[in-house]
Write a protein that binds this ligand. Structure first.
Ligand code: BG6
Ligand code: MG
Length: 225
């Protein structure tokens, strides 16, 4: 048995975060949160936004309110989350298959061809909509999103549920993540994790690539071993 085959047999599945890995929607979340923070007079920087990546809508709002030293009741918080989501949905309205991040369509095709299962592990409650807009829903063997989990990343629930549905051990499922919270979630769940983005920010990942360009089964196995 050659080495490549042996290694790729160990990797039974890939579980992808969505925002910032499959599609560049992370900037729309940022834009919408920034607009909300601005409307409340709360300063909100890109560095703070890094801490919101991967984090659920309600936990993100709680962090922003904390930064602004604001305590609000539940009804007001729901109103603010709805407003943020309304803006976000306006921004993503025109998302289409050409918005998939470079390298993603080819990699998904290769995984399908090689029989490596594909899962989604996203905190977003808008995942189904975004995957539909991208036209890739049917590529996924399992879709675990913000509507199916109770605990937000950095808790590993989203990835553990994905692995369970795919019927593989976490160690056989490679997670692709662009968020600090997501990398932490993957590692806490016992998943090998490839960070997508800045290696200084995603230092807890097993390996980091700047983006998904050129990602392949061979490259994935090489950088993880
Ligand atoms: C994550 C994003 O994928 O989903 C976060 O990285 C976002 O920025 C979270 O807050 C929840 O998304 P949504 O679409 O349910 O508000
Ligand atoms: Mg992300």
């Amino acid at each position: 048995m050659n080495i490549e085959l042996e290694v790729s047999m160990e990797i039974a599945a890939c579980i992808f975060d969505m925002d910032g890995v499959i599609v560049d929607t992370a900037r729309f979340h940022f834009k919408a949160w920034q607009r909300l923070a601005d409307s409340m007079g709360i300063p909100f920087t890109e560095a703070q936004n890094e801490q919101l990546k991967g984090v659920s809508r309600v936990d993100s709002l709680d962090r922003i309110l904390q930064w602004g030293n604001l305590v609000l009741g539940n009804n007001k918080k729901i109103e603010l989350m709805n407003l943020k989501n309304k803006w976000y949905l306006e921004y993503v309205e025109e998302v289409n298959p050409s918005d998939m991040l470079p390298g993603v369509p080819q990699f998904l095709a290769e995984l399908t061809e090689k029989g490596i299962k594909i899962g989604l592990g996203s905190s977003s409650r808008n995942s189904v909509l975004i995957l539909e807009l991208l036209g890739i829903t049917s590529k996924f063997d399992t879709i675990i999103d913000g509507t199916k989990i109770h605990l937000s990343k950095p808790n590993p629930e989203v990835f553990l549920r994905g692995a369970k549905e795919l019927r593989f051990e976490p160690s056989a499922c490679v997670v692709f993540e662009d968020a600090i919270s997501g990398v932490e979630a993957a590692r806490a769940g016992g998943f090998p994790c490839i960070g997508v983005g800045d290696s200084t920010i995603l230092s807890m990942a097993n390996a980091v690539v700047p983006d998904m360009q050129g990602m392949s089964v061979q490259r994935m196995t090489e950088i993880l071993h």
